[in-house]
Design a protein around this ligand. Structure first.
Ligand code: ADP
Ligand code: UVW
Ligand code: MG
Length: 412
């Protein structure tokens, strides 16, 4: 396949389609960067299963009714083509001359990609080379890129990397304490993920506090299906919880986060599991789902309210891990101005926020119960005025950030 070098292309228009391909989902948004308005958004879930579902929401001019399609959508190629049909039905088809670029969330960019990058053949080859370290994510990203290019070969395709924001981590935070030659030969180090979200949310938090990003130190807790923490000092990431792959760190929906690496040898030698089986166990059958059978925090809270002990233990393990990272990153930063919760769980689960901060008064952290109970989609403080460190909820917007970075790259 030949990908034209589109680095010099100047857009005649201001719309950007953003694609965020997960292992079994595709999220998309069409934005107009001239006024940062959203024209449409959609989600394709359970790709590859019999019960795939596409929900498309027109947002232009006050928005319209969401439309739903169900039935098998076999892969990400079919998912993107179905999304393109829905956009076309709203007069927003991918053939529109208004479309300036397509921005792709690419999860693993290794050490090479520290900035948003126009996707050439060579860039795509490099993203493919990183598949072994992001096996759940990069293959879906690659399919999205290939299909988008097939649909609009003339358009700049831009990759915005989850790892980019973390490339500022100091070597002593990024390097594992293993044999240096082995690590370097196989590019084993901590890369970190969700960087687009950590960058956006830390910036928004500084604005909420009325300061420039350079003047604040923030701990960001991105708690979605995947979950990660970062320590951001003066706008630069200095530490993050995910590592070589998005498996390390916090307890997640289906991923274990931190474990003793010897657990894997034990599973192989004593339980007779293969490397692939262990990979599936730790990435897909662990975390909240492994602990209690559910990975949705709403369902876990409902079960706890009914007295379910397994759900309560899963919740406690999840929150305990969060607390450990808040404490560790307070030490790493020395001075903390804010701890901020974001993504699906962080934005919506008051019990998780309350429990994670409980008992951390010595670190200057307190949550006000009334402020914590407020439901809002705006950035807000949930700590009382007297607290030494602010605790905040700041909704993430990876799509807006990706669209902005994509447009900035092609609009010159
Ligand atoms: N109202 C809510 N209360 C508690 N948890 C919620 C709520 N809404 C969403 N969530 C949690 O957010 C998770 C999804 O977060 P999200 O950031 O959308 O994840 P991802 O982008 O990784 O798919 C769900 O699995 C669920 O646990
Ligand atoms: C990197 C990662 O974990 O992404 P997600 O939360 O979308 O699974
Ligand atoms: Mg997410």
């Amino acid at each position: 396949m030949t990908i034209p070098n589109t680095e010099d292309a100047t857009p005649a228009a201001g719309r950007v389609l953003v694609l965020n391909s997960g292992s079994s989902s595709l999220k998309y948004q069409l934005l107009d960067m001239r006024d940062q308005s959203r024209l449409a958004s959609g989600l394709v879930e359970r790709i590859g299963e019999e019960t795939s579902r596409l929900v498309h929401t027109p947002l232009a001019g006050g928005g319209g009714e969401s439309r739903e399609r169900t039935g098998r959508i076999p892969d990400h190629d079919a998912a993107l083509r179905a999304a393109a049909e829905e956009l076309a039905a709203d007069g927003l088809g991918l053939d529109s001359p208004e479309l300036a670029a397509i921005g792709h969330r690419v999860v693993h960019g290794g050490l090479r990609f520290t900035e948003p990058t126009v996707i050439t053949d060579e860039v795509l080859t490099e993203i493919e080379r990183l598949v072994p370290v992001a096996p759940l994510h990069n293959p879906a990203n690659i399919t999205g890129i290939r299909t988008a290019r097939a649909l609009r070969p003339d358009l700049p395709q831009v990759a915005v990397f989850d790892t980019a924001f973390h490339t500022t981590m100091p070597e002593y935070a990024a390097r594992y304490a293993i044999d240096v030659e082995t690590a370097d030969a196989h590019r084993i180090r901590r890369y970190g993920f969700h960087g687009t979200s950590h960058a956006y949310v830390s910036r928004k938090t500084a604005a909420l506090l009325g300061h420039a990003p350079e003047d604040v130190n923030v701990i960001v807790l991105h708690l979605g299906n995947g979950a990660s923490a970062s320590a951001v000092a003066g706008g630069r990431c200095v530490e993050t919880s995910m590592g070589l792959t998005p498996l390390e760190g916090l307890v997640m929906g289906t991923r274990s986060g931190d474990i003793d690496p010897a657990v894997t040898f034990h599973l192989k030698r004593v339980a007779g599991m293969s490397a692939d089986e262990i990979d599936v166990l730790l990435n897909k059958k662990s975390g909240l789902v492994g602990l209690c059978g559910d990975n949705d925090m709403r369902e876990i809270r409902r079960r706890i309210d009914e007295g379910d002990a397994r759900a309560a233990l899963a919740f406690d393990i999840y929150v305990h891990r969060l607390k450990k990272y808040i404490g560790a990153y307070s030490a790493v930063l020395g001075r903390v101005d804010a701890v901020v919760f974001t993504a699906g769980v962080g934005e919506n689960s008051a019990p998780v926020r309350e429990a994670a901060i409980a008992g951390l008064e010595e670190l200057g952290l307190v949550v006000d119960a009334d402020l914590n109970a407020v439901r809002s989609s705006s950035p807000r403080l949930i700590s009382p005025d007297y607290a030494r460190v602010a605790v905040a909820v700041v909704p993430t917007d990876e799509e807006l950030e990706i669209a902005g970075q994509t447009f900035a790259l092609v609009d010159n």
